[in-house]
Design a protein around this ligand. Structure first.
Ligand code: PLP
Length: 381
């Protein structure tokens, strides 16, 4: 934890309560009930046969987080944290959001659990993401525009923390990715490991063994750590996290803090971080809003340093190609975030024999991205 003294009581309370919840079987039963009946889990693993044949190498399987209620993996975490809030008797939840996906997932569970919901969102992002702003409002949330800094995600996160410090007696802060101060990276990881735990059972059923490679895109790192963590001790499984290479790492216009490799402190955690020559947070670029964050969860930095997980970057252009290919070959419109992991798998598959298996986490569906893609392709909707 690298936080101001004022945040310590809130974080300590959360840590203590989570430890109790973690040891309580009823908590996990309640979580499992909602994952099954509200989210629609387990999400299937799907064999992308046509795409694999087209690529001509390893077989590609997809973990279909895009089929969850609300269309991505984020809801796994927001349900878990809403249940924690309920346990702690907090009737108000707050959240930060960039593209609006975590805001929507938070507003969704707040409605489900009858809680007041306030979402902090950069004023710049509000302009760019009108449909998600309206979704949050439909779900009953209040969206607060953040006018500080670059008016984007990192500023929204600062503002949410400020609210939390002031209102901690009745407010729970639902953090959206496996980043931020301890215990958040651990809590978010634990809720998202449902992805990897299901995958282990499903791969065993489908092919009688585990994949040779598992891969996922890395923004803050929650979908990736959710898939990777249950595989950490499976030494034969190679793991590759994919960051947003934007216009190319060499251009500086990207969102790939691990690939860039400078250590810093942001939002209460010490991790790899994109910085300028003065150590200030650098501006980021990615075609996918969900990967457009200058930091990354600290556990990914650890997994990189111990050599257990490799981290690569793919460019906007490569991700867009994978986006179109998955549409054409499999009838699945993937999120632009997930398209980064798909793009890496598409480059990797031809290097292997047909008996090798790559499992890609399809973290979300791409309906939210069709305007972005159409615009890039010069199509007016
Ligand atoms: C938010 C988002 C991501 C990036 O967040 P992580 O915490 O790195 O998983 C990836 N995919 C989708 C579909 C998202 O909505």
């Amino acid at each position: 934890m690298f936080v101001a003294e004022t945040l310590m009581p809130a974080l300590t309370e959360l840590k203590n309560e989570y430890e109790k919840a973690k040891a309580d079987p009823v908590f996990w039963e309640t979580f499992a009930y909602d994952l099954k009946h509200y989210v629609g889990r387990p999400s299937p693993v799907y064999y992308a046969k046509r795409w694999s044949e087209h690529l001509g190498g390893a077989q590609i399987y997809l973990k279909r987080e895009d089929l969850n209620h609300t269309g991505a993996h984020k809801v796994n975490n927001t349900i878990g944290q809403a249940l924690l809030a309920q346990r702690m008797g907090k009737k108000r939840v707050i959240a930060e959001t960039g593209a609006g996906q975590h805001g929507v997932a938070s507003a969704t569970v707040a409605a489900r659990f009858n809680m007041e919901c306030v979402v902090y969102m950069g004023a710049e992002d509000i302009k760019r993401q009108a449909p998600n702003v309206y979704r949050m409002k439909l779900l009953g949330a209040t969206v607060v525009p953040v006018e500080s800094g670059t008016k984007t995600l990192k500023d929204a996160l600062n503002e949410a923390m400020r609210d939390w410090v002031t209102n901690v007696d009745h407010t729970f802060y639902i953090l959206g990715t496996a980043a931020g101060p301890h215990p958040y990276p651990m809590i978010v990881r634990d809720f998202q490991t449902i992805i990897g735990r299901e995958a282990i059972t499903q791969m065993q059923e489908m092919i009688g063994r585990q994949p040779d490679i598992v891969t996922a895109c890395v923004g803050g790192g929650s979908n990736a750590i959710g898939l990777f963590y249950p595989y950490v001790n499976e030494q034969n499984v190679r793991m590759v996290g994919i960051e947003a290479g934007g216009r190319g790492i060499q251009t500086g216009q990207h969102a790939a803090p691990i690939n860039e490799g400078k250590v810093g402190v942001l939002h209460g955690a010490r991790s790899y971080l994109m910085q300028d020559e003065h150590g200030q947070i650098a501006t980021t670029h990615s075609v996918s809003a969900g990967l457009d964050y200058p930091g990354v969860g600290p556990e990914h930095s650890y997994l990189k340093d111990i050599g257990r997980v490799e981290y690569e970057a793919v460019t906007d252009e490569e991700a867009l190609k994978a986006f179109h290919d998955l549409c054409h070959f499999e009838g699945i419109i993937p999120a632009l975030e997930s398209s980064h992991a798909l793009a890496w798998a598409a480059k990797e598959a031809p290097k292997h024999n047909k008996d090798k298996v790559i499992l890609v986490n399809l973290s979300g569906r791409g309906d939210k991205d069709i305007n972005t893609v159409a615009q890039i392709c010069g199509i007016t909707l």
